[in-house]
Design a protein around this ligand. Structure first.
Ligand SMILES: *Cc1c(COP(=O)(O)O)cnc(C)c1O
Length: 429
């Protein structure tokens, strides 16, 4: 297929994430990807600043990842998980239990992040049901949170950016509190925690769990908040008999400088959602981990089963990719890489602080965010990045980078320079 034909057909019949059919927005065809570079069909090469939305932490086309998948494919690509099991699933579950906080002992494999959130919510409801607390069917969530696009997950996303009004008749009403105002590295005052404390005090009898993204609120605004807030949230959940679900789908596996973001606060959840970089960006796979208390109570309660079971549960190829990715992470000096990327992002993005149309520049681990005062025009800004030889995908007021962990400092410098130049070039005169 000719490139023009491919693009035209794409525009005509293919949906993209949060897109419109027939939209007049730039779209780029990728021919291949290698290391930290995407190669477009027109021959241009772009340095990847997105890790394909948090996922491709080791870069693309990694020989060890490729070999692991080829090995697995030679024995079996898939087999149903009802009544059958296999080495990649059991080995991955054992690894996840070993590297996550200690109370998490049972693993449910799901096919995407959103599904792992659905599973976490169902686990929380089934847990309380088994304990005879059938009125605990609601959830408490933070404004500006993002937990996925399926209905359950959507019900705990920010009501405004999650467009709850559009689905108001279908969507379950949940409880929300303000997004934490206390920044990362700062204490959390009584005033900061008050909305959460008040809502729990008032509504705890109806609330199965508090769900939140630890430390970093991702797609809802790329905000970094105080570890102290998270610690206090954990204590409040214990005080009021509410479970804590941590959604580490974006933050898990090193991105914030800790293997899991909850380690910044030294706390552990009752239920943990993992996804995105779990397979190093090779396959779609997610996991919901629960404490033995939760899995045991569900299994011994009525109806004695956990009511969920995807067709592609624990897909062997995906589990093998995850095992290979975790092995690569374990063998790599990832803490050093993240520290180096953090420093490079700090230095490289600092000039944006002087621009009048920039509200804030913030960096945590391998996440660099330039928050503008006004929303950026995608149609205008996307081609500017491509012309500068980099791949960045701003949304709303946010121009942000989350490069693969393996990115060399020289490439990171090209990336941050491009951001500074493009952000400068869209300066309103
Ligand atoms: C991406 C994301 C999800 C949803 O994951 P999908 O794989 O896109 O379904 C949920 N929670 C957080 C924090 C995410 O970043």
């Amino acid at each position: 297929m000719q490139l023009e034909q491919l693009i035209a057909l794409d525009r005509e019949i293919v949906w993209h994430p949060y897109s419109a059919i027939g939209a007049d927005l730039p779209i780029y065809a990728v021919e291949s990807a290698q290391g930290v570079r995407l190669r477009l069909c027109d021959g241009r090469e772009l340095i990847d600043g997105m890790s394909s939305w948090w996922c491709a932490i080791h870069g693309y086309n990694h020989p060890k990842m490729n070999a692991a998948l080829q090995r697995q494919m030679a024995s079996m690509s898939h087999v149903m998980f009802g009544g059958l099991t296999h080495q990649p699933a059991v080995e991955l579950a054992e690894t996840l239990v070993a590297i996550t906080p200690e109370p998490l002992q049972s693993v449910f494999f799901a096919d995407s992040g959103s599904v792992s959130v659905e599973v976490a919510m169902k686990m929380a409801i089934q847990y309380w049901h088994a304990k005879g607390k059938r009125e605990k069917q609601h959830f408490l969530a933070l404004r500006r949170g993002y937990h996925g696009d399926t209905f359950g997950a959507m019900s705990v996303c920010d009501p405004i950016t999650g467009m709850h009004s559009l689905f108001s008749e279908t969507l379950t009403q949940q409880f929300f509190v303000e997004s934490p105002a206390c920044h990362f590295g700062k204490p959390c005052t009584a005033k900061d925690i008050a909305p959460l404390a008040d809502s729990l005090k008032q509504n705890h009898e109806k609330i199965a769990a508090l769900i939140l993204e630890p430390i970093v609120q991702g797609a809802g605004g790329m905000r970094f908040y105080s570890a102290d807030y998270l610690r206090q949230a954990r204590a409040l959940c214990d005080q009021y008999g509410v479970l804590l679900i941590l959604d580490e789908i974006a933050t898990g596996f090193g991105r914030t400088g800790k293997l899991f973001a909850c380690e910044h606060a030294g706390i552990s959840p009752d239920i943990l959602c993992l996804g995105k970089s779990l397979t190093g960006g090779y396959m779609t796979l997610a996991a919901t981990l629960a404490s033995r208390e939760i899995s045991g109570t569900i299994s011994q309660g009525d109806p004695g089963l956990f009511m969920h079971g995807p067709t592609f549960m624990a897909n062997p190829l995906a589990c093998s990719a995850a095992l290979a990715s975790l092995q690569l992470l374990h063998e790599s000096p990832w803490q050093k890489n993240i520290a180096r990327l953090q420093q490079g992002l700090e230095q490289g993005l600092a000039p944006c602080r002087h621009f009048k149309h920039v509200a804030e520049v913030r960096v945590l681990g391998a996440i660099g965010v330039v928050e503008m005062k006004e929303s950026v025009d995608m149609k205008d800004i996307q081609p500017r990045f491509v012309e500068a030889g980099v791949w960045a995908r701003p949304f709303g007021k946010l121009v942000y980078l989350m490069p693969p962990f393996v990115m060399e400092s020289e490439d990171l410098e090209i990336l941050t320079k491009a951001v500074v130049e493009v952000v400068n070039s869209i300066s309103p005169s």
